[in-house]
Design a protein around this ligand. Structure first.
Ligand SMILES: C[S@@+](CC[C@H](N)C(=O)[O-])C[C@H]1O[C@@H](n2cnc3c(N)ncnc32)[C@H](O)[C@@H]1O
Length: 284
């Protein structure tokens, strides 16, 4: 079902990849967490501490420490919090992002730490690497933004060695964030018939964001030998978020985030299936 909806939405938005690039070029993911822009070390530390406070499950999923000596590719780098962890772990490391802005931030971080990696602009839908090159491909919150997500998965599969592992995060269609956004941009905006997929496509982060059920994710990664999928409740699901400029302008969103303390109280009883973060580990 999702594939057909996305085919139609993509066709209606022919310059989607340019829109995705423009969005992340104008504000690299999570860079708003860094306040101390003049003190660059401090700036990056602020970004990292917010990231791992909001999503404490990332290190357990990524398993940065196990990458020493392995060939690792990260695609979709944002502000580079995870990338610098891979670099510190001693991996042989490559990083690609659609935007110069992200590549510049990551190179700056590497220089500050005295570390080296091959970082450049690149597209997950058309990776320049040869087949069976990497032990690990990591991509967190990226491939649901690119217009041809199945193509991105095929590329990740291609560049992995047999037995290599992909660790990928995409959004879960049944998550609470999806429900809140649908409520806001659907019924509360006088459009009760808008589907959650359509709402997320138009209103979540860059234009074109897709969401997947666990079953759809399993199908997406069907070429892999072994696939493990789980979902987690994240800070967004609890409305515990620092709003980007785009959302700060919307009164209702500013009011909604005030409900966060209530949601945090019930956090221990929220089942993980209501989480919008979907973590996929797939072995080729
Ligand atoms: C939501 S951010 C996630 C960044 C980082 N992984 C994180 O978790 O903070 C999405 C990132 O993916 C990048 N991106 C989007 N489409 C891409 C593509 N086709 N190829 C490579 N990078 C892409 C964007 O430029 C942006 O940096």
């Amino acid at each position: 079902m999702g594939a057909e909806i996305y085919r139609a939405l993509n066709e209606a938005n022919p310059s989607l990849k340019d829109a995705v690039r423009r969005h992340w070029q104008s504000e690299p993911c999570e860079s708003r967490f860094g306040q101390s822009t003049a003190d660059r070390r401090r700036f990056f530390e602020e970004i990292d501490s917010s990231r791992y406070e909001y999503a404490p499950f990332i290190p357990g999923f990524a398993r940065f420490g196990e990458a020493a000596g392995k060939r690792v590719l990260e695609v979709g780098l944002g502000s580079g919090s995870d990338f610098i962890q891979w670099a510190r772990s001693g991996a042989s490391l490559w990083g690609r992002d659609l935007t110069e802005a992200s590549v510049d931030l990551v190179r700056e971080r590497l220089t500050l730490d005295g570390l080296a990696a091959d970082v450049a602009v690149g597209d997950v839908e058309a990776l320049e690497f040869e087949d069976a090159f990497f032990d690990l491909v990591y991509s967190y919150g990226v491939i649901h933004h690119t217009p041809d997500t199945p193509r991105a998965v095929a590329e990740i599969h291609r560049v992995l060695k047999p037995g290599g592992v992909a660790r990928i995060m995409i959004y879960h269609a049944r998550g609470m964030t999806v429900f809140f956004e649908w409520l806001l941009f659907g019924p509360l905006s006088g459009k009760p018939l808008r589907s959650p997929r359509e709402v997320m496509f138009h209103h979540n982060e860059s234009l074109g964001t897709k969401i997947y059920t666990k079953r759809e994710a399993g199908e997406l990664f069907g070429a892999f030998r072994k696939v493990n999928i789980r979902t987690c409740v994240d800070a967004g699901d609890l409305l515990d978020i620092q709003l980007s400029e785009r959302y700060q302008k919307i009164w209702l969103i500013r009011q909604a985030v005030k409900l966060s303390s209530v949601l945090k109280t019930v956090r221990p009883v929220l089942p993980s299936i209501l989480g919008t973060t979907m973590l996929i580990e797939a072995t080729k």
